[in-house]
Design a protein around this ligand. Structure first.
Ligand SMILES: NC(=O)c1ccc[n+]([C@@H]2O[C@H](COP(=O)([O-])OP(=O)(O)OC[C@H]3O[C@@H](n4cnc5c(N)ncnc54)[C@H](OP(=O)(O)O)[C@@H]3O)[C@@H](O)[C@H]2O)c1
Length: 330
């Protein structure tokens, strides 16, 4: 059987287990030009929640469809030249055991690494950190780099790449334990518990020379505080807005925009990782080398079982993960 999670209904406020519905159906048969893929791991991303709110950089989720999500799997049967049984592929085929898909919706993975790394640090997560920081944030040695949701999938990679770039690195995360861990295990220079309050004061103390690059994963209160501490010609890489995804109505944007952007000549730039996919191979090679050489710790947080996917996604919004949260399906 093909076990699936359907997207059942649009949440009003926080997602809950009733946002999803479990179903079992027959394993699909691939048509000419298609591949039957078996899911090995599912990537859980804050964006999964954002897709429920309406059209973003992709179409909104529609109730009744298989819950969308990025996955990595193994080819079981191929009716396409160039892809064969046993090949490892990635794509967005959602929360299910099997999917029959045309080749254009899959990317074949040839990097030799465990699936736990291929689902995040050596894929979307790592690439988001790499391009967002280096191409949008453009840090220089000696710069102070701030990253929010620093203990998460993208944040852990951003902080470590910024350290490799010769920067002073400050993170924000929920809870003192996570903050201590960022400094002790990942080499951050300082970390601020945004849930403890007084974010602006704590950031000002942790960034005595101001902030040159802010890698914004959260928006909300940390963005407000960071704006006032940015240095002249600072760069804000707008990666995501996780503080506003799991809410009924997003809060208004910061009042300091555009005033501080003008006076400090800031560059505030949004990006989607796919914008850089023509350079994906180069970035993947560098990330894989940094991980293999131990210069970057690839942190993954694996949950076992497709049945646990809804709870794991809910957990992302409660900050239960450290590093990349993924579900091992088979
Ligand atoms: N632009 C792109 O192409 C792209 C690609 C991938 C991801 N993203 C974005 O990157 C960001 C991070 O994604 P990720 O996959 O690395 O997820 P993640 O950081 O591993 O997980 C989400 C984290 O967000 C924090 N969080 C949850 N609710 C929050 C709130 N209300 N305020 C502040 N922090 C909150 C939690 O950590 P705490 O314990 O710190 O609260 C949680 O661990 C997201 O905004 C995502 O949409 C963008």
């Amino acid at each position: 059987m093909n076990r699936q999670w359907l997207y059942a209904k649009q949440p009003q406020g926080k997602i809950g287990t009733d946002t999803f519905q479990w179903t079992e159906t027959a394993i699909p048969a691939p048509k000419e030009g298609e591949i039957l893929v078996r899911t090995r791991m599912l990537s859980l991303d804050p964006a999964n929640r954002a897709w429920m709110m309406g059209k973003t950089y992709r179409d909104a989720l529609e109730p009744g469809q298989v819950m969308s999500g990025f996955a990595i799997g193994e080819v079981v049967e191929s009716k396409v030249p160039g892809l064969a049984k046993g090949d490892i592929v990635e794509g967005d085929w959602g929360w299910q055991d099997y999917a029959a898909l045309p080749a254009r919706r899959l990317v074949k993975r040839t990097t030799k690494a465990p699936l736990e790394l291929l689902i995040g640090p050596l894929s979307v997560t790592g690439l988001t950190a790499y391009f967002g920081l280096l191409e949008v944030g453009r840090p220089k040695p000696g710069d102070t780099v701030l990253v929010s949701a620093a203990a998460g999938a993208v944040g852990t990679m951003v902080g470590q790449i910024a350290k490799l770039s010769g920067c002073r690195v400050v993170g924000t995360a929920g809870g003192q334990d996570k903050c201590d861990w960022l400094v002790r295990e990942l080499g951050f220079d300082a970390a601020i518990d945004y849930k403890a309050g007084g974010v602006r004061r704590a950031l000002a103390a942790a960034c005595p020379d101001g902030i040159d690059v802010y890698f914004d994963n959260t928006g909300g209160a940390v963005l407000d505080a960071a704006l006032s501490l940015m240095n002249l010609r600072g760069r804000i890489a707008c990666c995501g807005n996780v503080s506003q995804y799991d809410v009924e109505k997003p809060a208004p944007g910061p009042m300091a925009v555009p005033g501080l952007v003008v006076t400090k000549r800031l560059r505030m730039e949004g990006f989607i990782v796919m914008d850089f996919y023509d350079r994906r191979a180069e970035a993947e090679r560098r990330l894989a080398r940094w991980v293999a050489e131990g210069r970057i710790k690839a942190v993954v947080d694996i949950v076992d079982g497709l049945d646990k996917a809804p709870a794991a996604l809910i957990g992302l919004f409660e900050g239960r993960n450290r590093g990349k949260m993924a579900v091992r399906v088979s």
